[in-house]
Design a protein around this ligand. Structure first.
Ligand code: ZN
Length: 279
């Protein structure tokens, strides 16, 4: 189930018992998109993105590129915000071409779109890319769980399969995006069991929930994420990510502040992503 942001903003305001602390926590958004095609600009970041980042004290971003953006997008890396860009793998991509992009400084991580690309994480197609990640010490991020696109094949986005590649490539850091939503239990076990697997909390709130009540928000997001957090027993495994522009940053940050214990905010919002993506 996906949830509509517009309703979220309302629910957050209406059900909040206590004011959310709004100190200038430094943030790295470990999962967002440039959306270049829709914005008609391959030159990034756009003024609107910069404004969002500055307003929310976001000092770094991990951007998941699409096939179309991989070699087309030009990123201003001289500004105050640090960008890590993940090459988005699609079916005809070649290891040599991606390696060239890594050497040129285009890519600092690899994104595997499980479900959108109908292949398992263990598919031979990906093996050469995992070896590349190992050689260049780049993290690999997996889309997991529900897919935005109805033509995707969601069985390929089950997070449990990531255990197998985590065991086979122990030197590579893997990130499970979206907490496996709705397969929270499988994702939590894989993160708990494997030292080299992390999780980002991005994109849990999309789609149509015009009828979502505070009780539903509690059942569908707050309770599962809290359970996941406790089960893993290691705050260093959790990375803040928004999935912007699919969610608005500010309410999403506020929601996570209600879920993650305040003592863990520096790690959750900044230090963990800094370590995994080597900012
Ligand atoms: Zn995403």
């Amino acid at each position: 189930m996906k949830i509509l942001f517009f309703a979220l903003a309302f629910v957050l305001c209406s059900c909040s018992q206590k004011a959310i602390k709004s100190g200038p926590t430094q943030i790295i958004d470990a999962h967002l998109h440039f959306n270049s095609k829709k914005l008609n600009s391959f030159s990034q970041p756009t003024p609107i993105l910069l404004e969002k980042f500055q307003k929310n004290h976001i000092v770094g971003g991990v951007v998941h590129l699409t096939d179309e953006e991989n070699f087309k997008v030009s990123v201003d890396r001289k500004g105050s915000i640090k960008w890590m860009t993940c090459v988005g793998l699609h079916e005809n991509d070649k290891v040599e071409k991606v390696e060239k992009g890594i050497k040129e400084g285009r890519f600092q991580c690899i994104k595997v779109y499980l479900g959108y690309v109908p292949k398992w994480a263990t598919d031979p197609f990906y093996r050469g890319f995992y070896r590349l990640a190992e050689r260049y010490q780049l993290p690999v991020v997996f889309h997991t769980g529900d897919t935005y696109d109805k033509m995707a094949k969601v069985k390929f986005a089950d997070p449990l399969q990531i255990d197998e590649v985590a065991v086979e490539y122990p030197k590579v850091k893997f990130v499970i995006a979206h907490m496996g939503n709705p397969w929270f239990n499988s994702a939590a076990e894989v993160v708990y069991k494997n030292d080299n697997v992390y999780v980002d909390v991005s994109g849990l709130l999309l789609g149509d929930i015009s009828h979502l009540s505070p009780e539903d928000l509690d059942e569908l997001v707050i309770k599962p994420v809290k359970w996941f957090y406790s089960y893993v027993e290691n705050p260093k495994k959790f990375l803040f990510g928004s999935d912007w522009p699919l969610v608005e940053m500010e309410p999403y940050i506020d929601l996570m502040k209600k879920i993650v214990p305040e003592k863990d905010w520096p790690g959750f919002f900044h230090d963990n992503a800094k370590a995994v993506f080597r900012f």
